[in-house]
Design a protein around this ligand. Structure first.
Ligand SMILES: Nc1ncnc2c1ncn2[C@@H]1O[C@H](COP(=O)(O)OP(=O)(O)OP(=O)(O)O)[C@@H](O)[C@H]1O
Ligand SMILES: [Mg+2]
Length: 580
């Protein structure tokens, strides 16, 4: 075949392939246009999962009659005019190709009126051919109708799924944009039935309601509000571990208000939650990262869902640390008062609380010499003090729980989970400041490991040495383990190492070293924490409660389960129908 120029229609259809993947892509583009036009309310009507009809009506600034034909032309936009504009773009659209793309793969009708015009105009596009503009009736704003998507692109049409699936994608899209622009009212109808009604949410409480509509009524209560100041800011709702899910569907990222699906941000968040969620659970959050638009390139992908940050490393670290910090402070509320962590107290685990594993290891891992005030000397205070939110212990229940009372009522503590967290946090602090005890194995342990995995392990050798490991590569796939952290000596060392190696290859990149260290420390904490059925004296219980109060993240065990809960007197009264 000779080389020839493609027809404009075919060029548009090819380009449409990148932007319009399925009905939901059309809805996304049309809502974005409405938001860019300053709409206060947007009505979305869908028929047959979007394959029949998609109609988006807004009350924004409208399009001049004389410009209607231009709006559906490729590379025509009112949003940028220069490279400078592009680099600092704040509107959702800027490529000038959504409407022409839609017009080339569906039957398109635009009807619009600007505030200054005495009448509305409408324009139709079918198979790339325009008809109009002609006068029409429409209030100020714009309605865009899209029918028979992919009627002329059979290959695409075959990829479209069932009506409920496609409508599901549309609903997700509306929710996502609804979270991005809470100040705009949005309504979504499917086959004439109202499916989603999001009233404009001006203030905080209204925003909570919108978030609750999308992520579930219980979500706002199970999340932290984030508002970080500075040149780079992170706003939004950070779901607590108790709000975690089995999939990643409840994760919403926005950058300067633009909905994005960005791997870097997703990874940074995952890392921020690493310490409080167990494997297989995914955090829920709605987060908006705000930074100078010049620091991010939104022109990295036709659908604008992916971004490029100028300094991706800095953004990653900022997000990761901000989330980690926010979750960490959510322990037992006392830290707020002092702001400082009582490190010595957290490290000075009373000897009586140390597990057998800890004492037989010869060196008290988290303890050093028992420098803590002798346990018996701790007053088992009769009256609960305000600075002790976990109160005074009363008893141990079934060898599992500690019962305590504070001013407000009853406290229940899962003693193993709580102690595990206390130890883990202490170990992390200790790891950051000093070398742990190491124990040589009588016989070196031989392990065979995939070559590329062993490469990764070797690259992190120094980190492992600092944890108390002594490792040697004997052959490309052979590892010898000569020494291990003392507290792991009695554990399943091969199992543990395999888990760490797995983490290493999964978390390749900036933070795998830290991750592997934490994995080892978490295992030590779990092995060393007091186990069920161990009888505790009241002073021992009290010591544990006090340590929890000064420990970061003490509200959750290392696997994200809660460590304690409170039953208020009011709740108890209700149980017994008191005061009714
Ligand atoms: N709902 C609307 N209200 C007012 N003007 C609109 C509306 N929809 C489209 N327009 C006008 O039509 C132009 C073309 O829209 P189109 O979506 O094709 O491109 P864009 O939004 O500029 O860029 P992108 O392709 O990135 O979305 C816009 O620049 C805008 O001026
Ligand atoms: Mg657009």
């Amino acid at each position: 075949m000779p080389i020839r120029l493609l027809s404009t229609t075919l060029i548009d259809q090819i380009a449409a392939g990148e932007v319009i993947e399925r009905p939901a892509s059309v809805v996304k583009e049309l809502i974005e246009n409405a938001l860019d036009a300053g709409a206060r309310r947007i009505d979305i009507e869908i028929e047959q999962g979007g394959l029949g009809l998609m109609r988006v009506r807004d009350d924004g600034g409208g399009i001049e009659s004389a410009e209607l034909a231009l709006a559906v032309q490729r590379h025509a936009t009112s949003k940028i005019a220069s490279m400078d504009d592009l680099e600092a773009v704040a509107s959702l659209g800027f490529r000038g190709e959504a409407l022409p793309s839609i017009g080339s793969v569906a039957r398109l009708r635009l009807c619009s009126r600007t505030p200054g015009a005495d009448a509305a105009s409408e324009l139709q596009v079918e198979g790339g051919v325009l008809s109009g503009p002609r006068p029409a009736a429409h209030p100020v704003g714009t309605t865009v109708e899209v029918r028979d998507l992919f009627y002329n692109v059979p290959a695409r049409r075959r990829f479209v799924r069932t009506e409920p699936t496609e409508f599901g994608h549309i609903a997700r899209t509306v929710e996502r944009l609804g979270l991005a622009a809470p100040q705009v009212a949005m309504r979504l109808k499917h086959n004439a039935r109202l499916v989603l009604d999001l009233p404009a949410a001006g203030d905080e409480a209204a925003r909570d309601q919108r978030v609750a509509r999308v992520l579930g009524v219980e979500f706002p209560a199970r999340s932290l509000r984030l508002a970080q100041d500075g040149a780079v800011q992170l706003y939004g709702w950070l779901g607590l571990p108790t709000a975690s899910r089995a999939n990643t569907e409840a994760q919403f990222w926005f950058v300067n208000g633009r909905p994005v699906r960005d791997r870097l941000l997703g990874n940074a968040a995952r890392l921020g939650y690493r310490d409080v969620l167990y494997h297989g659970r995914h955090p829920a959050y709605v987060l908006d990262l705000r930074l100078d638009p010049r620091l991010v390139d939104v022109n990295a992908h036709p659908t604008k869902l992916e971004l490029r940050f100028r300094d991706s490393r800095a953004v990653h670290d900022f997000v990761f640390r901000a989330i980690e910090r926010a979750l960490a402070t959510r322990g037992v509320a006392t830290q707020a008062a002092s702001g400082e962590l009582a490190l010595p107290a957290a490290l000075a685990l009373p000897a009586a609380l140390a597990s057998p594993a800890m004492s037989t290891a010869g060196r008290h891992y988290a303890i050093g010499e028992p420098a803590a005030p002798p346990l018996a000397a701790l007053p088992a205070a009769a009256d609960s003090r305000e600075d002790q939110p976990l109160g005074t212990p009363i008893a141990q229940l079934h060898g599992l729980y500690i019962l305590a009372q504070n001013r407000r009522g009853l406290i229940l503590v899962d003693m193993h989970a709580a102690h595990e967290r206390v130890l883990y946090e202490a170990l992390k602090i200790q790891h950051a400041t000093q070398a742990p005890a190491s124990q040589r194995l009588l016989e070196p342990l031989a392990l065979s490991v995939a070559e590329h995995e062993l490469d990764l392990l070797m690259a992190a050798l120094e980190d492992f040495r600092r944890l108390g490991f002594e490792l040697d590569r004997l052959a490309p796939t052979q590892l010898a383990v000569r020494a291990v952290p003392a507290l792991l000596a009695h554990g399943d060392v091969p199992d543990m190492l395999r888990a760490i190696i797995h983490d290493l290859s999964a978390e390749r990149g900036a933070h795998h070293l830290e991750a592997s260290a934490q994995r080892v420390l978490a295992a030590i904490a779990c092995r060393s924490a007091i186990h069920a059925q161990r009888r505790l004296t009241l002073p021992e219980m009290s010591a544990l409660l006090r340590q929890m109060e000064t420990t970061e993240r003490a509200g959750q065990c290392n696997h994200g389960r809660p460590t304690w809960t409170e039953v208020s007197l009011a709740e108890l009264d209700r149980l017994f129908l008191r005061g009714r």
